[in-house]
Design a protein. Structure first.
Lengths: 210, 210, 210, 210
DNA sequence: ACTCCCGGGACGGCCCGTTTCT
DNA sequence: AGAAACGGGCCGTCCCGGGAGT
């Protein structure tokens, strides 16, 4: 019972993510979704009462990922700057490899088409980044005079912009390189010399500046 | 005759931009557009043979803006670095003030829903930026070892990301400040000390780093 | 154009009446209606924004008939008792001959499925009957002690019941005979001897009592 | 086991009657029915193979009532005229108090939506009434020249019409008074003077005619 | 020349009446 | 007897042509 049901649910959710990611919320028909994996319309309706609910489920699926990621990485990297760096890499990797993540991101950006139940985009990322920047300052890695709030927004913005661009150019090909480039540009304006030289080797990939 | 016709055309185009910008291509019905300004469906179909054509017209309207902007600004700022900076400010201003521009940007991002007649997003911006970076290098302003292609993409990415974020947080409120923040972060990794100190005062707004 | 439009509207309205009358509101699909006369769904949608609106239009069409009927008959029959009699015959005749009337009656009975915009059934008939009974009393035709309100309801009830029954037995065959039977039963309890003998010949049809 | 099963069956049947009575056959979804009492769809389909079967079961439940009623009342009232009178009162009472009866009546009227297995409405009532009228004639209570068939139909029609009307006006409030009114109007045209004066006190309620 | 009324199909999302697995 | 899945149909309405009107 429960096993088959939850498998069907996952199949539907995956097909939905696939289609939502490719075409967006409004241009996706439920027909597209059910045809993709051969499930029936009734099965969809059984698990999700509406298109909106399906989209929200996709978003939730992808949102539930972040706490897991952060608790997995945090013990490994006590230094907040390093943690941010690895976090961004992990997010980039997930974006590259998981349709669910990409779909979730896209749907969140289209939240005004779906409903207020979808969380606002970026805000959780920004606050998380701001928090980590605060830790970095306490750890003495930051340059003096860095405006935490604006910097957090800038980091998230660059990152988001990169995701969008790399999706257009080469299908999620060099996103890891993009992240390196980003940090190469950001770190000099963010951390002090000691930290910078320590981090240098981590973002040495042949990008931005050799 | 022709005068009224072309005015109707503009009215339709504007209403289309308004709606496309707010809801995206797929979620916009032609009914929404014609109801917005009270024109009739027949009038719409006289000027634009299809929804796609209408969207393309909006995109074109906004694309025709860039050459005009660049030819207007270029003579004023012979130094390429400065030109890039002012250009980005102008683009941010236009995004803030013109629905047509915002609609064009959104539609371009949704080009796969509309048709191949819509130009790919970012590419023209990236090549333009890369070109300007090349000029900057010839003018001796760039740091050695900057990878032009990656840097161009990074700049455009940050910029695009910021547009998206500022739209979410505060309705296009502080986008000028965002641009300053961006350049404060980017310039130190991009230009040499002389140029940096000359540009410093231009991006002094209390953001990123004081 | 206007001519074609109004013709299409009438065709749709008629097809709707046909189907509503046969199957009721809930069991009628718009598909049934448009297929009946070969009009398209778009045509239907143009004239009627919803199924509910279509039903309401049918009801209204049939409601607009009664004032016309009453103003046509009243001058011919100054005596209220006689007017009631002829009115009931006319209504029976219309029920027999006009789908629109039958559909209207059925839809009114199903008003709780359709919406509050549909008028409540019977009430207008009852008040009209009550009014005519009042006139009859003033004309000295009524027996003493007749309760106007209850009698009006009884008359309408009998009449409505007969419509329903005759629909079941023989497709609207002998409804005129039914009306005669009804009055033969009702008049002796309603009007005084003089009036009764004057009316007798009008309801002499071989029914109820020879 | 059997006890629980048959109780579930009754619960479903009752819920079905409730919903069918309120919304009619076509507008009632099985979902509505099972949700009303919290039973599962599986349970419904265990007891009733289809929606049609469920409706038929409701109708049968209500049809099985009449023989019981008639065998209960007949010995008490040997005089056929009196029996008809009391029968009509009992039916009115049942209509007022039992959802099952009301639902059965409504479903029977919608038999063409359900299927030929549902009995035709009125016919059994009419034949029963006709039979009782025959008995009355043999008992010497009827006026000469009464057309039994037409009179039977008139009686049933008035009765049915009253049920419908009283449902609209006041939720099954004064249906007993309605029955009195009906007989006050009908009896003078039906029975002879002796019988009439004997029955008078039974229908004396302040209605129709004092 | 330009506008608009009117009509045409085709899905869209929702949900319904039913079986099939447990 | 219940959980799960199945198609199909309903209403809304969308994007769009042709013909009448000005």
């Amino acid at each position: 019972m429960q096993e088959r049901a939850s498998r069907t649910r996952r199949v539907i959710l995956h097909a939905a993510a696939e289609t939502f990611e490719a075409r967006g919320y409004a241009a996706t028909s439920l027909r597209d979704i059910v045809d993709l994996e051969g499930v029936s319309k009734g099965a969809l309706y059984f698990h999700f009462p509406s298109k909106e609910a399906l989209a929200i489920a996709v978003v939730k699926e992808h949102y539930d990922l972040w706490p897991e990621v952060i608790t997995r990485l945090r013990p490994r990297y006590p230094r907040a700057v390093r943690l941010m760096l690895e976090l961004s890499r992990e997010v980039a990797r997930l974006s590259r490899e998981s349709v669910m993540v990409r779909a979730g991101i896209r749907l969140v950006l289209e939240r005004n088409l779906i409903g207020p139940a979808v969380p606002r985009p970026f805000v959780s990322w920004i606050t998380a980044t701001e928090m980590l920047l605060g830790e970095s300052r306490e750890q003495g890695d930051l340059l003096p005079g860095v405006d935490l709030e604006n910097m957090a927004r800038f980091i998230v913005a660059s990152f988001a912009g990169f995701q969008q661009i790399s999706e257009v150019r080469n299908r999620h090909g060099d996103s890891s390189q993009c992240v390196n480039t980003m940090w190469q540009c950001v770190l000099p304006s963010l951390v002090n010399g000691d930290c910078l030289s320590e981090m240098a080797s981590l973002v040495h990939g042949a990008s931005g500046r050799s």
